[in-house]
Design a protein around this ligand. Structure first.
Ligand code: FES
Ligand code: FES
Length: 159
């Protein structure tokens, strides 16, 4: 079947099967490989995107279910001039990544959190990230980055 949705502000369509997952549509058909697949059990959150403004693990949704939706992926998170968004810059400034595999999902989760809760506590950040796993165990700096992106003072990571 043919499906159409808006991805990062651009109309996108493609032929999918009923069983095609949204993450497969984004990566394999649209070539948006910034959305990662880190598990096959819906647990890691590396595939997190926004669908109609809601945080979704794109491996848990069929592509056809996103017909007509507004989807945002990590490729849509930079500023219009190509510079890093506040959240992305904070991840860089606070060393919120090691191998970077979980980072797209972490950034998308962070953006969803800050949209609903612009000044979260550390506990709220940690609770929100429960569905996102970092195998490099970089949670401390990820949390710092998100707090910094919310405008709260945190110590700058040592160079
Ligand atoms: S790939 Fe979707 S949760 Fe792991
Ligand atoms: S930075 Fe490596 S998995 Fe998180």
């Amino acid at each position: 079947m043919k499906i159409t949705m808006t991805v990062n502000g651009r109309p996108c369509s493609g032929e999918v099967e009923g069983r095609t997952l949204l993450v497969q549509f984004l990566r394999d058909i649209q070539g948006l490989t910034g959305t990662h697949v880190g598990c096959d059990t819906s647990q890691c959150g590396a595939c997190t995107v926004h669908v109609d403004g809601r945080q979704v693990k794109s491996c848990t949704m069929f592509a056809a279910e996103a017909e007509g939706a507004e989807v945002t992926t990590i490729e849509g998170m930079a500023n219009a001039d190509g510079s890093l968004s506040v959240i992305q810059q904070a991840f860089q400034d606070h060393h919120g990544l090691q191998c970077g595999f979980c980072t797209p999902g972490m950034v998308m989760a962070a953006a969803a959190l800050l949209k609903d809760n612009p000044r979260p506590s550390e506990a709220e950040v940690r609770a929100h990230l429960e569905g996102n796993l970092c195998r490099c165990t970089g949670y401390h700096n990820i949390v710092k980055a998100i707090l910094a992106a919310s405008g709260q003072a945190v110590a700058v990571a040592a160079e």
